[in-house]
Design a protein around this ligand. Structure first.
Ligand SMILES: NC(=O)c1ccc[n+]([C@@H]2O[C@H](COP(=O)([O-])OP(=O)(O)OC[C@H]3O[C@@H](n4cnc5c(N)ncnc54)[C@H](O)[C@@H]3O)[C@@H](O)[C@H]2O)c1
Length: 244
C-alpha cells in the first residue's frame, strides 16, 4: 500500500531520485528544497503527469521554525505521515586552518541541526501513533575521515550517533531509524570536484567508479518498505566498497 512520505532536499540529486522512485512505487510525497523552485515544480508536474502525488515546499531546515512549518504543510497535504527521510545536506570543503567559523556553522546547522529540527517536529506524532519510519542520509564521510571535510565529516558522524540513539529510544514503539551512507555519487555536489581529483578518487574506490543516484534510491525504497520492518539503528553504506 502507498505510504505518506516526507523528504528534505528533494529538488536535486539523490533526493530527487528518491522522490521520483518512491512516487513511481505509488507513495505520496511532500518534499522541501532551499532554492531550486523551478526544479521542484518540474518534479511535481512530472509525477502528476504519471498519476502520482507530490508536493514541494520552499524552506530552510537549518531554521527550527521553518522546519516546523514544512512538517505542518506536509501534514495538511498528506494527512498522517508514515516515513521521514532526512536527506538535505551541503558541503563547504576547506582545510581546518583556513575554515571560517561561518562555514563550520553552516554545514553543522544544515546537516546535523537540520536533521534534529525536522525530526523533532515529527517524532512526537510518530510516538503517539506508535508508527513511523526514519531514514537519515549520512555519508561515508561520517564513517571515515576526509581531509578538507572536518565540518562535513563531523556533521555526518553526528547523524550516525543521532540515528543509533533515536533508534534505541523508539524501538519499543516499532519505529525503525536507520542511516544510509553514500560514497561518491554522481550529483551536483560531486560535479564540483575537479576532473583530475575525480580520477584519483576513482582509483581509491574498489569498484573504480562513482555510484548513481538510482543505486542510493533503490536502497531507500527497500528501507521504506515493510520488508525492512525489523531493521533499526544501522548504517548502510552504498559506496562501491570504500568502507569495506
Ligand atoms: N553526492 C554524493 O556523492 C553524496 C555522498 C554522500 C552523501 N551525500 C548526501 O546525500 C544528500 C543529498 O546530496 P546530493 O548530492 O543529492 O546534494 P545536492 O546538492 O544535489 O542536493 C541537495 C538538496 O538539498 C537541499 N538543501 C540544501 N540545503 C538545504 C536547507 N538548508 N534546507 C532545505 N533544503 C536544503 C537543496 O535544495 C537540494 O535539493 C546530502 O545529505 C549529502 O550530504 C551525497
Amino acid at each position: 500500500m502507498g505510504k505518506k512520505i516526507v523528504l528534505t532536499g528533494g529538488a536535486r540529486g539523490i533526493g530527487r531520485a528518491v522522490v521520483e522512485n518512491l512516487a513511481s512505487e505509488g507513495h505520496e510525497i511532500a518534499f522541501n528544497y532551499k532554492a531550486s523552485k523551478d526544479d521542484a515544480d518540474q518534479i511535481v508536474r512530472k509525477i502528476a503527469d504519471n498519476n502520482g502525488t507530490a508536493f514541494a515546499f520552499q524552506s530552510d531546515i537549518s531554521d527550527y521554525e521553518q522546519a516546523g512549518e514544512f512538517i505542518k504543510n506536509a501534514k495538511e497535504q498528506l494527512g498522517d505521515i508514515d516515513v521521514l527521510i532526512n536527506n538535505a545536506g551541503i558541503t563547504r570543503d576547506k582545510s581546518l586552518f583556513i575554515m571560517p567559523s561561518e562555514e563550520w556553522n553552516e554545514v553543522i546547522n544544515t546537516n546535523l541541526n537540520g536533521c534534529f529540527n525536522v525530526t523533532r517536529h515529527l517524532i512526537g506524532f510518530f510516538m503517539k501513533n506508535k508508527k513511523g519510519n526514519i531514514i537519515n542520509v549520512s555519508s561515508v564521510s561520517g564513517i571515515v575521515g576526509v581531509a578538507g571535510q572536518t565540518n562535513y565529516c563531523a556533521s555526518k558522524a553526528g547523524i550516525i550517533g543521532f540515528t543509533r540513539s533515536l533508534a534505541r529510544e523508539v524501538a519499543k514503539l516499532q519505529i525503525p531509524v536507520n542511516c544510509v551512507a553514500p560514497g561518491y555519487i554522481e550529483t551536483d555536489m560531486t560535479a564540483k570536484i575537479p576532473e583530475k581529483h575525480r580520477k584519483e578518487l576513482k582509483k581509491m574506490i574498489p569498484m573504480q567508479r562513482f555510484g548513481s543516484v538510482a543505486e542510493v534510491a533503490d536502497l531507500i525504497s527497500f528501507l521504506v518498505s515493510d520488508k525492512a520492518g525489523y531493521i533499526t539503528g544501522h548504517v548502510f553504506a552504498v559506496d562501491g566498497g570504500m568502507t569495506a
